[in-house]
Design a protein around this ligand. Structure first.
Ligand SMILES: NC(=O)c1ccc[n+]([C@@H]2O[C@H](COP(=O)([O-])OP(=O)(O)OC[C@H]3O[C@@H](n4cnc5c(N)ncnc54)[C@H](O)[C@@H]3O)[C@@H](O)[C@H]2O)c1
Length: 446
């Protein structure tokens, strides 16, 4: 499986031909923008900006070696042409209707030209329960007696889609709504308890966990784009290891938190203090409506709040970061639709404690930032599976607000450490040297 040369390891990676089924629980703004974007890129009608797998290069060897291939030429990634799509959603809109309704992409320029492709993508009946997403309802749902039955029905969907579309491999990405805040319980502790809890319709088993369970049981890599627990429970993490399946999560890092994980490391790098960080957002899409429910917002809030604590390390620098007032707000404001506005006010202090302020106003488009992440997760998880990587893929932390991590370590939030980890993992997979940025050899002999 592995060859070792010096400190580098080269994994034998299975080749990437064939069709890859992309399974999406949730066919809303993110999923429809992602699917449409892939097809637009395939037809030469749009460019996949924001995606590392499509646009980014990777430096190999010394700066003098001048080797910087595209990532997709360096690691054996699947191509866009290999992707086929399936989705589940309680709302029966097909991908064309969903793209129009969400209003992210321009209807005339980017939705109508690919109508023929989007319309046949119809969501399968969902494993859905309003208890977990209070602000939503829809008729396209499975009616079965137990959660175990629902999970088995999802497994059957996966197998049928795979066979009907002659897929060689599959990847699942949860693009469903943010579920209510749940804490880990005994039911999540190991597989036996989890399966018993599904049979008993235990409230601690949310629908997103059923999809994750179904994916893992079918050997399908799983990523969680939302902040709800889903695959981030011991029973399913263990299942992923046991079945040799890679997993990643949670909550894609797209807007305000992306900026936060760049600004906060900068402040810490320069030993500038932080007195307060107030973040507020307005957005008007369905995600915003769901997050207007306090129980779903709590799940998101937990995910957004953790970031500063880990980056600033107040226990190590109590004078600088021991008393940070951190507040995060999300306000549902329909006129803005998917075009979120995120304001940050950061109260900082420097030399002799003199106060200063940073103001950020980020006018972003939620799903435009999210779609390339879904694409990268699909292609990197497929690569990980072929490379024999299993369980939590910490090198994909780069994409998440609350990166899943081993219990023995804290999560890494600094975007540039995450980026280094991602690229060094690719170098390691391909047997290339790690890049340390030391470079003393250029100056030592001067
Ligand atoms: N857009 C971003 O920048 C971003 C960033 C991080 C996380 N997220 C998360 O990604 C998720 C999707 O965001 P969105 O903007 O597409 O939201 P959306 O509301 O447009 O789409 C979510 C879809 O999931 C469906 N759904 C809910 N429960 C389901 C279930 N049990 N099974 C199948 N489908 C189900 C809903 O009906 C809806 O169509 C949300 O949880 C959001 O918080 C988005």
């Amino acid at each position: 499986m592995e060859t070792v040369e010096g400190n580098t390891v080269h994994r034998a990676i299975e080749p990437s031909p064939g069709r890859i089924g992309v399974l999406l629980p949730g066919l809303g703004a993110v999923a429809s923008t992602f699917i449409a974007g892939v097809e637009l890129a395939r037809r030469g009608l749009g460019r996949p900006f924001g995606s590392l797998t499509q646009m980014n290069t990777i430096r190999l060897g010394k700066r003098t070696a001048d080797r910087s291939p595209l990532i997709r030429d360096f690691v054996p990634l699947a191509g866009l042409d290999q992707l086929v799509f399936a989705a589940w959603d309680p709302i029966p809109d097909n991908a064309y209707e969903a793209a129009l309704r969400c209003g992210v992409l321009d209807a005339r320029e980017h939705v109508e030209p690919i109508r023929d492709f989007l319309e046949p993508i119809r969501p399968l009946p969902a494993a859905f329960d309003r208890y977990y997403v209070k602000r939503l309802d829809g008729p396209n749902v499975k009616h079965l007696a137990t959660k175990r039955d629902l999970a088995e029905a999802l497994r059957a969907d996966i197998r049928e889609f795979k066979a009907a579309n002659a897929c060689d491999r599959l990847v699942m990405v949860w693009c469903g709504s943010t579920e209510i805040f749940l804490e880990e319980t005994e039911a999540h502790g190991d597989l036996r308890s989890f399966e018993a809890a599904m049979e008993a319709n235990d409230a601690s088993i949310a629908p997103s966990m059923l999809y994750a369970y179904a994916a893992l049981m079918e050997g399908v890599p799983y990523a969680n784009a939302a902040p709800n627990l889903s695959v981030d429970i011991p029973a399913l993490v263990q299942l992923a290891y046991d079945r040799g399946v890679p997993i990643a999560g949670k909550d894609m890092k797209t807007g305000q938190t992306l900026l936060k994980t760049v600004i906060a490391p900068m402040l810490k790098a320069r030993m500038l203090g932080v007195a307060g960080w107030y973040s507020t957002n307005i957005l008007g899409n369905r995600d915003g409506e769901v997050l207007d429910d306090p129980e779903s917002f709590k799940t998101k809030e937990e995910s957004k709040l953790g970031v500063l604590e880990y980056i600033l390390q107040p226990e190590m620098y109590p004078e600088l970061y021991g008393d940070v007032y951190h507040k995060v707000r999300i306000n549902y404001y329909p006129p803005r639709k998917d075009n979120k506005e995120g304001w940050d006010n950061v109260d900082i202090f420097g030399w002799m404690g003199y106060p200063m302020q940073i103001k950020i106003d980020f006018l972003c488009r939620d799903s435009i930032l999210a779609a390339p992440i879904v694409l990268d997760l699909v292609l990197f998880l497929d690569l990980a599976k072929r490379a024999g990587l299993k369980g939590i893929q910490e090198w994909l932390s780069f994409y998440f607000k609350s990166p899943q991590h081993a219990p023995s370590v804290y999560p890494e939030h600094d975007l540039f450490i995450q980026q280094t980890k991602l690229k060094n993992t690719l170098r390691w997979l391909m047997g290339e040297d790690q890049i340390t940025h030391l470079g003393t050899e250029y100056y030592e002999n001067e």
